[in-house]
Design a protein. Structure first.
Length: 479
């Protein structure tokens, strides 16, 4: 009996898309990237409605207000284009959109002191400064100079922050009004009890995601969001619920599906007029605040999401220079379009949790944002109660990074703790980074280990000290 020798089949070469994005090399698949990109979009699509709400509720120094149509178009278009750019240039699963928190600075602090065009001019200048720092390599050197323990603490703190955002957005956790005369700032649900259909949808979505994840069902978060959104739409229609109970997004079918984009805000920028309107010192402080917030908020998000995606080697994020350059361009683009500074979104972690590891996921997310320019009404049907559970679960996963912090080293215990605690407690990533760096520098100084601080971290400690006392600094300079 003759034994046939098996001819080994040649291994199929990866396709052009696979090679460009290094999909196989990073242990991912085309399906995971597509699913991750879609999940990220669903998790952060609320920004298309929320950003116009924030910017549109304020008036500039002349009393002018921006329309919802203008802001919706600017928000969706900039998020779409910049997220695609991040995918192609940065090759990272990081989605871009108008940054929450920093858009409030533009709306409520900067715009009332000047015109909208001048406010957006400062946003463009912020982006230029960040790009210069990125291209020169200084921004990446600063990031790499921060101790690994603090960067890990940053990931944990952002995880808690993401979870808190999800819980608050869903109404599972609410703020206690100051007039209540209590020392407890937040509470469970409304009045200490869970009630209402919106919170029930949140619980349903969270439990469904937990079950699907426990069963290792692919796309668990996306399925949970889709199913709970359908339940929310049906419940809202059948029970005739009050719209305000859902928050910023009401789960009801729109009257029309297609809407025309309004691009009238694009290019309406006055780069240096704000220095004349608000005064040189005030405008410089505004610009400093924008740069500082954009610089470190993005750093924290990039580091933590990249870590979850396994894109960190020897403490450094792969392609960090390109990622930071795109982030700076996105900030400037937010000014040019009138959507406020764009930056990397924390919700990118939901796509990573679904398996996204490359920039292809960002391309998918970006194209979906571009699609909302024509189908903006449909972007409004996913309520926070349906998407927020994904943030809670991602926060739980990121919390696991705490095991890498050297808790037995007294030089890092308090700085790491402050970084972790201050971020969710103040609702600002920048504050947590600043508190941790200052504490780290003070401890090293007290122990006579000045060289271990490093001149980058030392300078950052001084800058953050000025940041926390910015009102006093402004008063001194103004005097």
């Amino acid at each position: 009996m003759t034994q046939r020798s098996e001819t080994s089949r040649p291994t199929a070469r990866p396709g052009a898309v696979d090679r460009f994005f290094a999909i196989t090399e990073r242990g991912s698949t085309l399906t995971r990237e597509l699913r991750g990109g879609l999940t990220t979009f669903v998790a952060m699509a609320y920004i298309v409605m929320l950003n116009p709400l924030i910017l549109g509720s304020s008036a500039d120094a002349t009393g002018a207000q921006l329309t919802s149509a203008q802001l919706t178009t600017a928000t969706a278009a900039t998020a779409g284009v910049m997220t695609v750019l991040m995918g192609v240039v940065g090759n990272a699963p990081l989605a871009m959109a108008a940054g929450l928190g920093i858009n409030a600075v533009v709306a409520y602090t900067i715009a009332p002191a000047m015109t909208w065009a001048q406010a957006f001019g400062l946003v463009v200048l912020e982006g230029v400064v960040i790009v210069v720092l990125a291209v020169s390599g200084l921004r990446e050197r600063i990031i790499n100079a921060i101790p690994d323990a603090l960067k890990t603490a940053l990931t944990v703190g952002i995880g808690l922050y993401i979870a808190l955002i999800g819980l608050v957005s869903a109404g599972f956790v609410t703020r206690v009004p100051d007039a209540a005369g209590t020392t407890v700032p937040v509470q469970l649900g409304d009045g200490g009890h869970l009630s209402g259909v919106p919170v029930a949808v949140f619980c349903l979505s969270l439990l469904l995601m937990l079950v699907l994840m426990a069963r290792r069902v692919p796309g668990a978060m996306l399925i949970g969001i889709a199913v709970s959104t359908g339940v929310a739409v049906l419940a809202h229609a059948a029970l005739d619920l009050a719209p305000q109970g859902w928050g910023t997004v009401v789960p009801e079918l729109p009257e029309r599906i297609v809407g025309s984009p309004d691009v009238s805000l694009f290019g309406q920028v006055d780069l240096f007029g704000g220095f004349a309107s608000a005064g040189g010192i005030a405008a410089a402080v505004f610009l400093f605040t924008l740069v500082l917030s954009g610089f470190f908020d993005a750093m924290g998000t990039i580091t933590s999401v990249s870590s979850e995606a396994g894109l960190v080697r020897d403490g450094k994020v792969l392609g960090m220079g390109r990622i930071l350059a795109v982030d700076g361009v996105a900030a400037a683009a937010g000014g040019l379009s009138g959507s406020s500074p764009n930056t990397v979104f924390l919700e990118s972690a939901t796509g990573v949790a679904e398996g996204a590891r490359t920039g292809l996921a960002s391309v998918v997310t970006g194209l979906l944002f571009c699609a909302t320019l024509l189908f903006t009404p449909l972007a409004a049907i996913v309520p926070a109660q349906a998407a927020a559970p994904a943030l809670v679960l991602v926060g739980a996963m990121m919390m696991a990074q705490a095991r890498h912090i050297p808790w037995s080293d007294p030089d890092y215990v308090v700085p790491a703790f402050l970084t972790i605690a201050v971020i969710p407690f103040t609702y600002m990533i920048t504050n947590g980074i600043g508190a941790g760096i200052i504490a780290f520098a003070v401890i090293k100084l007290a122990r006579g280990r000045v060289r271990e601080i490093g001149w980058f971290v030392g300078v950052l400690a001084v800058i953050f000290t000025a940041y926390f006392g910015i009102e006093a600094v402004e008063a001194v300079l103004g005097g």
